[in-house]
Design a protein around this ligand. Sequence first.
Ligand code: TPP
Ligand code: MG
Length: 723
Amino acid sequence: MDAPITPGATCSGRDLVELFESQMITRHLDLIARWLRARNAAFYTIGSAGHEGNAVVGRITRHTDPAFLHYRSGGFFVERSRKVPGMDVIYDVILSQAASAEDPIAGGRHKVWGSVPMWILPQTSTIASHLPKAVGTAIGLTRARHLRGSIVAAAEGRMPPVPDDSIVVCSFGDASTNHSTAQGALNAAGWAAFQKLPCPVLFVCEDNGIGISVRTPPGWVEANLRARPGLHYFQTDGLDLIECHRGVTEAVGYCRAHRAPVFLHMRTVRMLGHAGTDFEPAYHTMEEIAAAEAKDPLLASARLVMQHGLMSPEQVLEEYEAIRERTQKAAEKAVTRPRLSSAGEVMAPLAPYRAEKVNAEARRAADHAQRVDVFGGAAKLPEKLEPRHLAVQINAALHDLMAKYPEMCVFGEDVAQKGGVYYCTAGLWKKFKAARCFNTLLDEQTILGLAQGFANMGLLPFPEIQYLAYYHNACDQIRGEACSLQFFSKDQYRNPMVMRIASLAYQKGFGGHFHNDNSITALRDIPSLIIACPSRGDDAAMMLRTCAALAKVDGRVVAFLEPIALYMTKDLHEEGDGGWLFSYPPPDEAIPLGEPRVYFPKAGDLVIITFGNGVHMSLRAAKRLKDEHGVDVRIVDLRWLAPLNVDSIAEHAAASGRVLVVDEGRRSGGISEAIFTAIIEGCERPVKMKRVVGEDTYIPLGPAADTVLPSVDRIVEAARSIL
Ligand SMILES: Cc1ncc(C[n+]2csc(CCOP(=O)(O)OP(=O)(O)O)c2C)c(N)n1
Ligand SMILES: [Mg+2]
């Protein structure tokens, strides 16, 4: 049974028999999903029929090779489960189809291919969005070993350790290969390999020649991928187990030995339509459908095991029917299991927050000797220096955090030698070396994919996005991917990160929309994403400490918006007054999530609720209101924009009865609307409310920008109108 099946073959009789069994299990899982769907007992019918050859990749890779799977990679999933004793793969998959709360990976939140003991990180169905993080995980593997001495899984001890010579598996369809996200990831992998950077990722393209109803031009995938620099192209036939075993062995061997990206192009066929709801005769003739059926890989495998005397026709049929029965039994049990039944249950793993632990971690200072070394002497510790502006304090805080977390990495466009467009990362590259502070290629999806991958491997990524407008270019990596991982894995997988973004408007002499993007709406509604926005240097440092702690303790994804116009701002009321310079806070001080800064807390004529540039403008407006009109204004700098501290907002609003919201974001969909809602919902008595906001427009170039943004004059005017 263990000898090569034919002279020179890579697979044995045992390989064939077991792979065939996995293929049959996979097929029955497809069939049972449709049977259950018809009874309204399961809710997902995209299957793997015709793609079962991918079981070979499941067999030849290890269960500790992290994997990101195509929705048709059931064969891989079933075959890999052999490597983890005690798994009941049939039952687990049906629990997932039936949206049972007992589904071990997603707990009934989605049908996903995912498993903790099998190192399969769950993916939902957004085409190609998993490729950037697969590349990030492959690069992160080596980086983690280099920085930590060993690869430590994200959940520190909860996952099986990933050996040093692991590879990352990532499967997807032929049509998905065209997606710009896929192309970006393939390019990034090639870019890394071209420079001899280890990037052991095995891309598996399961090519069935079609995407829903759209044919892929025959030969296109090969023509597109065969000759990419840095990428090694292999081809195999997923409809023939012996050939597929040979091809996969070769591709996996190359990837593992050379630590280089491999594109494995696997021929498959799609059967049973795109999904249970797909009416295939609308775009395929019956002859075409019959031709696909004739290529059924299960028929081919049955032929092989019979040809080689491994099973008789009767045994094949018996086994196929026995699996049907096992599946049926498992289904009958699975559908009786409880489902999620309340919003609380659904959301439980979405956004864990253990405030005490987070705050303690945020206040834990880095080792003193290490700080002295990083800052170049005890006298140069930043808390001993003169008050400075925002960019300098962010820079000092990043140095401090790099000292505190040896697994922290800062990366993005121009962050290394140049130190960032605004010098916030200046010096990090020199001090902490290129393994921890490095320039990426110019692609935001890759930057955020790297961040997810590094986090998967136990690192603490601080990706930088050069401008807010360029976050919008890649927001699916946060919206669809990073923020959904805890949700779709019951918090078993985490990809903590702090994404710093140079943000918002009011840049003098540099502008137009792209460098002054003031819309944070596309961040605000992302479930679980924390949004921080400091307005001054000391707050920024203390908030960054909390952000890192949120990532470390609870695995959270944080967007840290840095108001560009305040980076270099030194004065408040008059030129040279130094009113916006602040001392660096001692390293054991931090600002808890949600806590605002309140200026003039006893003032009660009016409360201005604001953030970012609005704080600086409101303070100036408040002085005028006091000096010229005798009005006492309280100013609340929210500092944390999500989750919004609605209780605090309502409390301040109620205390005054008059609220002016200064929101430099847009009129529609912005923070101001949420603040108004918080006041209406949270205050018993009516509150007079007004807002000064950005217009629903892109920011124009030059002084015209002032016409569409809040200003000190407009704040004073609006304040007076409600007094
Ligand atoms: C970004 C995105 N756009 C559109 C879709 C809708 N969609 C789901 S599957 C699919 C076709 C995918 O074809 P292919 O990559 O060849 O995979 P196959 O289903 O053939 O295995 C499309 C367009 C999606 N899931 N994600
Ligand atoms: Mg396809």
